[in-house]
Ligand binder design. Structure first.
Ligand SMILES: Nc1nc2c(ncn2[C@@H]2O[C@H](COP(=O)(O)OP(=O)(O)OP(=O)(O)O)[C@@H](O)[C@H]2O)c(=O)[nH]1
Length: 196
């Protein structure tokens, strides 16, 4: 099956204070952890969705670039843009670029849960679901479009109205840790150096 891999890397990083996708974790910029997880599963096409001011700071990646003309419109806008830009693709693995522990086995497990009875396959840990490490099917586009037209930008509102299969993950699984503010980063880096 043709599944695209998409990295959302056009956020404002306002809580972090500088573009967080370029912070280095275990020798690689954060966005590369997401890219490697997708690349490890031969997803095609591989896409980085960002904006013109951030794009020059990425490495020369072998991906297709989506450069959002209106920056910082949020993940739902980015998802809507991507579903529209690749009309031949049925499923999209969409992942944020601020998840230091993103990894290929997680992506593989999620791919194993693809089921055409659903519009989205979303991981869930404890009671929290993770819309930015999830699979979206082309059938999500009409609702995403409708929400954009109503200026509703919430992934939660989208998922509440789609047919979603939630995939449970163990509460100790670190995959979903993401960096919002500096203290998240300090916690992650400190934990890593204590583990060494
Ligand atoms: N392509 C794209 N990605 C986005 C956009 N907004 C957020 N993202 C990405 O979505 C993921 C989660 O973003 P958030 O942390 O919620 O938002 P943020 O704008 O990056 O950060 P804050 O300004 O602190 O809220 C990150 O990987 C962002 O880069 C957007 O408008 N376009």
């Amino acid at each position: 099956m043709n599944v695209a891999g998409v990295i959302l890397a056009g956020g404002q990083s306002s809580r972090y204070g500088q573009p967080k996708m370029f912070e280095t974790f275990e020798g690689l910029p954060l966005y590369k952890h997401s890219l490697n997880a997708l690349q490890g599963n031969q997803l095609n096409p591989l896409v980085i969705a960002t904006n013109a001011s951030l794009q020059p700071s990425f490495g020369p990646e072998n991906v297709q670039w989506i450069i959002e003309q209106q920056p910082h419109q949020g993940p739902l806008f980015a998802l809507h843009h991507i579903l529209t830009a690749f009309p031949e693709v049925e499923w999209f693995f969409v992942v944020a670029s601020d998840m230091p522990y993103m990894n290929a086995p997680f992506v593989e497990e999620m791919l194993g849960n693809i089921n055409d009875s659903y519009d989205a396959i979303v991981p869930k840990q404890n009671s929290r679901y993770q819309p930015l490490a999830a699979l979206y099917r082309r059938t999500a586009l009409p609702l995403a479009k409708q929400l954009m037209e109503q200026n509703k930008r919430s992934m939660k509102v989208l998922l509440d109205q789609l047919r979603v299969s939630y995939v449970p993950f163990n509460e100790n699984c670190p995959t979903f840790i993401n960096i919002n503010a500096h203290h998240d980063w300090l916690q992650t880096v400190t934990k890593e150096s204590n583990n060494e």
